[in-house]
Design a protein around this ligand. Structure first.
Ligand code: NDP
Length: 367
């Protein structure tokens, strides 16, 4: 018999046309090339308890602040997410305003979820935040109930999710009563739109007040998100680190590599594909002073003595005392993620190494 056999996924359609038998395979856009996570994805990563809560987070988490907006390359975003998850990074961090343009990182990640990661939803911790300027007018900024709850609805829509795992208030609001902001976080949880609540950029005393309110409201508040790295010791000075440990709350440290300064990125000048050149909004050329470069070189030498890259050592340093739950890295390519996860292999430091890090980074007084 003569026919065409058309393979369309699993169905063969015989078509009688001539004496030839030809197999035509259709490549469907959706379905083909679907990501499949590596079987051994949980073998190397370490997971730490978030404070005294039941939530475990990977020692290294991936943040989507940069390189996931509309100016990023979608296939690179996909590959970074796959590399992360294949290596045990279960936590992806977003905010309403990540882009540019605002909201686009959530939309792009939502697309990746829809096309590839949704089968793994229950293996993922996805967080988002509201607190910085998001839309015009008086209701798209700071900490009102109006802003937080509307923003969470918008985020869920962009992400294509029914709930996020952690919803954060993104920064302290000096003018809105703390009870109102915490009440909005409580509502986010009781409505089922967030599983846990978090606070970002709070200091020790404000954290303590907020925690008391959240406790009264029975909100599962589990984590603080703050900047913390070898150069930036603010959380050690403003009481956040001690208070968080005292209250049994977790800390996830953002910009743990000081946006790339604590890596080999700027050792030989400013590369054209670096954050300084490709974005320049938050890390600027004038921040790479001769003094800073001398510090980075010194730290780089110490890292080499420890058999680590500078990025690995910088991340390991944050995890050294077991107080910080996770380091929240950014990346512009998959290879950086692979380098950074090696940090978990050695988070031990000698007292002498710690002193040298303080001296080299201009933090000797912090000892
Ligand atoms: P990092 O300090 O980890 O900086 C990431 C940048 O460092 C990368 O984009 C890359 O820069 C460079 N880099 C990373 N790894 C390597 C490596 N192995 N070798 C060389 N260069 C490397 O973090 P981010 O500043 O990106 O912040 C991380 C996350 O923290 C954000 O995505 C966000 O989720 C969160 N965050 C939260 C804030 C808040 O207010 N709550 C504020 C800021 C961030 P390059 O592009 O030059 O390659």
């Amino acid at each position: 018999m003569s026919f065409f056999r058309i393979n369309r996924r699993k169905c063969d359609i015989p078509v009688q046309i001539s004496d030839l038998i030809i197999t035509v395979s259709f490549k469907e856009r959706k379905g083909t090339g679907m990501y499949k996570a590596k079987e051994d994805r949980y073998e190397k990563m370490r997971y730490f308890r978030t404070g005294k809560s039941g939530l475990m987070l990977p020692a290294v988490s991936l943040g989507l602040w940069h390189n996931f907006g509309d100016t990023g390359v979608y296939s690179n975003m996909e590959q970074m997410c796959f590399t992360a998850f294949d290596n045990g990074i279960t936590h992806f961090d977003l905010a309403n305003n990540y882009g540019p343009k605002e909201g686009s990182a959530e939309s792009n990640f939502g697309q990746i979820l829809k096309e590839h990661l949704m089968p793994y939803r229950d293996e993922l911790i996805i967080s988002t935040k509201a607190g910085y300027g998001m839309w015009p007018g008086p209701y798209g900024d700071w900490g009102s109930r109006k802003y937080l709850l509307a923003s969470l609805d918008q985020s869920l829509k962009r992400l294509g999710l029914d709930y996020v795992d952690i919803f954060y208030h993104h920064r302290m609001d000096p003018d809105t009563p703390l009870e109102e902001t915490m009440g909005a976080l409580a509502q986010a949880v009781t409505s089922g739109k967030a599983l846990y609540a978090g606070l970002s950029n709070y200091d020790g005393p404000t954290l303590e007040k907020a925690e008391a309110i959240l406790k009264d409201l029975h909100v599962p508040f589990v984590i603080n998100q703050n900047s913390y790295n070898i150069f930036n010791r603010t959380v050690e000075k403003n009481g956040l680190k001690d208070t968080s440990a005292k209250l049994g709350k977790g800390i996830i440290s953002f910009s743990p590599l000081a946006q790339g300064l604590l890596t080999n990125r700027y050792l030989d000048g400013i590369p054209e594909d670096s954050r300084i050149r490709t974005d320049g909004r938050f890390l600027r050329e004038e921040q790479v002073t001769e003094e800073k470069l001398a510090q980075i070189r010194g730290l780089n030498e110490l890292a080499a003595e420890r058999g680590q890259t500078l990025a690995e050592m910088a991340l390991a340093w944050i995890l050294r005392d077991g107080i910080v739950t996770s380091v929240l890295i950014g990346a512009s390519r998959p290879s950086q993620i692979l380098d950074n996860i090696k940090a978990v292999e050695n988070t031990q430091f000698t007292a002498e190494e710690l002193i040298r890090i303080d001296e080299l980074s201009g933090n000797a007084e912090a000892v």
